[in-house]
Design a protein around this ligand. Structure first.
Ligand code: ANZ
Ligand code: ZN
Length: 547
């Protein structure tokens, strides 16, 4: 902190504290002496203080000031304690607001973003934070996102990135995909049009491959609050259940698979409910216009799970029947708007007596409700749902033939074994965690480095051709992505066979950039994704987030 004392003296000599004079002088001195330059000095203990990097929205707000002040106090404290300190700053610079601003103000997203960065950098500097500005990064710069594209191609080659169809919110007027938060009461936030669900090809990070490891490692995390670990565990959502099949009535080779965590209630099944997107729903709807209309209605509206959970439970009989694998009884197949296509098998065995959603559904549509679990001292009544009906830790099977008297675990074991003997199912572990869909049909983002060739399929862009640079001089109309209208961008040669091919025009979710910036700060000028300096600075010693 060279020069600090003379500034103290200088300040003491003034009658009044004049921040523009005193602080500017101090800040200039810090800049000239590179007082906050982070040095990889192995003789000192290191301290890496990472504050959540800001989105360059225009101006700093008090949330920024609060957050960065907390980080700054910690950084300066450790500097004074003799640590070698890294306190970097950068910009989470890609994202939708730049496109919206572009439409509103008729300015290209890049220009808007860089102007905001300049303004906000000036504000941050005026705050006098102990930041090493030589490590500044902006995620919209090719020097940053080149390495993100490089990592994407490596993951793609390893099979950890793959392409599959996924359902998105589609605005038919703006001809664009909407994020969940852009769907308001089932309508596009800008156009007001009724939003549809659409299936489009997207790229996914295979994060579910690490579900078990993520879950196990949570126990090893030192010093994390128990509530946070619980939240993480629930997000990963390991579930132990049974996957089994019903045969279609009259078509014994046609199987309808379901996933249940309550196989012990299997003798209480009174119908099966499938998602609107389930193939059986489509099959039944083909010659049933009322059902087809209902399926369409379910497909409208957002795809967010929270929205689906809040929906009024609605359904319709498909007219199809399936045979219960253990009782031989025929049960109807319904389409239910509360069944998610993306979880388990997209179909559930409905047990209205012991599942709350099924209970309300069965009451609404006059379907049978059969009690198959009894708990000591509790009365079962159809009048209202009671908590204990769904509590697997209480009671034992009743009205369930040979399984009567068995408690949860023993009943699940016996029933899973019987299903397995029939070759119709087995125990299964499911995770709630989904693979991460990272494709965005947006312009202002990191281009996905894939080339589509008719002969070779999806070909990753070779390393020597990276980065795939995002053109910055564009007009945003709000209709579709400008990249898909720029032949100069998408027309290319296949890196494998040389034939004419088409470059991917989707970009990556901005959370991909914010997943690794903390590491890039260690070596922002490296001519590779990361170098040895990452080993010096990582892990982050203190993260300050929550702007
Ligand atoms: C029958 C049953 C009876 C169920 C009962 C619960 C209580 P977790 O714990 O989250 O894994 N389910 C399965 N697939 C579904 C889907 N695609 N959409 C909506 N619901 C689905 O939840 C598993 C339970 O959620 C399963 O167990 C199934 O309902 C439902 F008394 O099966 B259960
Ligand atoms: Zn090719």
């Amino acid at each position: 902190m060279a020069g600090f004392d003379s500034f103290g003296l200088f300040a003491a000599m003034q009658e009044r504290y004049d921040p523009s004079l005193i602080e500017r002088a101090a800040q200039q001195n810090w800049e000239q002496t590179r007082a906050f330059k982070a040095r990889e000095d192995s003789a000192k203990p290191k301290y890496y203080c990472l504050s959540m990097f800001p989105y360059p929205s225009g101006k700093l707000h008090m949330g920024h000031v609060r957050n960065y002040t907390i980080g700054d106090v910690l950084a300066r404290f450790h500097l004074m304690q003799g640590y070698s300190v890294l306190q970097p700053m950068g910009w989470d610079a890609f994202g939708l607001p730049a496109e919206n601003a572009a439409m509103a103000n008729n300015v290209a997203p890049a220009k808007w973003t860089y102007a905001n960065i300049d303004h906000m950098r000036g504000q941050l500097k005026a705050l006098g934070l102990a930041i090493d500005w030589e490590r500044e990064i902006a995620t919209c710069q090719p020097g940053y996102y080149k390495w993100e594209q490089w990592l994407f191609t490596r993951l793609f080659e390893k099979g950890l990135v793959y392409r599959k169809n996924a359902t998105v919110n589609w605005d038919p007027v703006d001809e664009t995909v909407l994020a969940n938060e852009q769907v308001i009461d089932g309508r596009g936030w800008r156009s007001g049009a009724l939003v549809e669900k659409r299936e489009i090809p997207m790229y996914f990070f295979r994060i579910t491959q690490y579900a078990e490891e993520l879950l196990n490692e949570l126990d090893q995390l030192p010093g994390w609050p128990e509530q946070v670990k619980t939240m993480q565990r629930n997000w990963i959502g390991k579930s132990y259940g049974v996957r089994f099949a019903f045969r279609l009535a009259g078509e014994p080779d046609n199987l309808l698979w379901v996933y249940t965590t309550r196989a012990d209630t299997i003798m209480g099944v009174s119908f099966v409910a499938v998602a609107a997107e389930h193939p059986l729903a489509a099959r039944a709807a083909a010659n049933n216009p009322a059902l087809a209309a209902f399926v369409e209605e379910c497909k409208r509206g957002g795809v967010a799970e929270a929205d689906l959970a809040a929906l009024e439970k609605k359904g319709m009989d498909t007219g199809l029947k399936v045979v219960h694998p253990l009782s031989g009884e025929e049960v109807p197949v319904w389409v239910g708007n509360y069944v998610l296509m993306g979880y388990g098998e997209g179909a559930v065995m409905a047990v209205p007596a012991h599942d709350e959603r099924d209970f309300h559904f069965a009451k609404a549509y006059g379907l049978p409700i059969r009690q198959v679990i009894a708990a000591a001292g509790e009365e079962f009544s159809l009048d209202a749902w009671q908590e204990w009906y769904g509590d697997k830790t209480r009671g034992a099977c009743v009205n369930s033939g040979k399984y009567d008297g068995l408690a949860y675990e023993a009943a699940v074991d016996a029933i899973a074994a019987d299903l397995k003997a029939l070759n119709l199912g087995d125990k299964q572990v499911q995770f709630r965690l989904r693979d991460w869909g990272i494709s965005r049909q947006r312009y202002w983002g990191c281009p996905i480095p894939i080339i589509h060739c008719e002969a070779c399929g999806d070909v990753p862009v070779p390393e020597q051709d990276l980065p795939v640079v995002l053109p910055e001089d564009v007009t945003i109309t709000g209709r579709g992505s400008p990249l898909a209208k720029m032949p100069a961008f998408y027309e290319c040669a296949c890196p494998k066979c040389g034939k004419p091919a088409r470059r991917e025009t989707d970009t990556m979710d901005t959370f991909v950039e914010s997943s690794w910036y903390y590491a890039r700060y260690a070596c922002p000028d490296a001519d590779q994704m990361l170098d040895e300096r990452a080993n010096h600075w990582l892990p982050v010693d203190q993260y300050v987030g929550g702007i």
